[in-house]
Design a protein around this ligand. Structure first.
Ligand code: SF4
Ligand code: SF4
Length: 107
């Protein structure tokens, strides 16, 4: 099992999650974070930290976000590890909860 970052992280990226991960499995892209499924130990610590409620156990991903598991796996290979919280984008709160953000994902 692994935890997965879902769509609502896109353009929010508050990064509260990264500080609590004991195995440093978050990777950072331009406007999204992902979890490396090969590193995640299912400790559950990150899920309640996310202000955007964007982190899910893989077995509990919303039906329309099933493809985010593969997306996390793919992007974790390309993006650097992030372990320290940083300032969220200034418009993060405006994007929190907006649907259809996958089209805005920057690689
Ligand atoms: S706390 Fe949530 S919104 Fe923020 S970077 Fe982590 S997964 Fe994304
Ligand atoms: S469940 Fe634990 S190990 Fe997995 S990403 Fe979250 S904090 Fe890291």
């Amino acid at each position: 099992m692994t935890f997965v970052v879902g769509e609502n992280c896109i353009k929010c990226k508050y990064t509260d999650c990264v500080e609590v991960c004991p195995v440093d499995c978050f990777h950072e892209g331009p406007n999204f974070l992902v979890i490396d499924p090969e590193e995640c130990i299912d400790c559950t610590l990150c899920e309640p930290e996310c202000p955007a409620e964007a982190i899910f156990p893989e077995d509990d991903l919303p039906e329309d976000q099933g493809h985010f598991l593969e997306l996390n796996e793919e992007l974790a290979k390309n993006w650097p590890v992030i372990t320290e919280q940083k300032a969220a984008p200034s418009d993060a709160d405006d994007w929190n909860g907006k649907p259809g953000k996958l089209d805005l994902l920057e690689r």
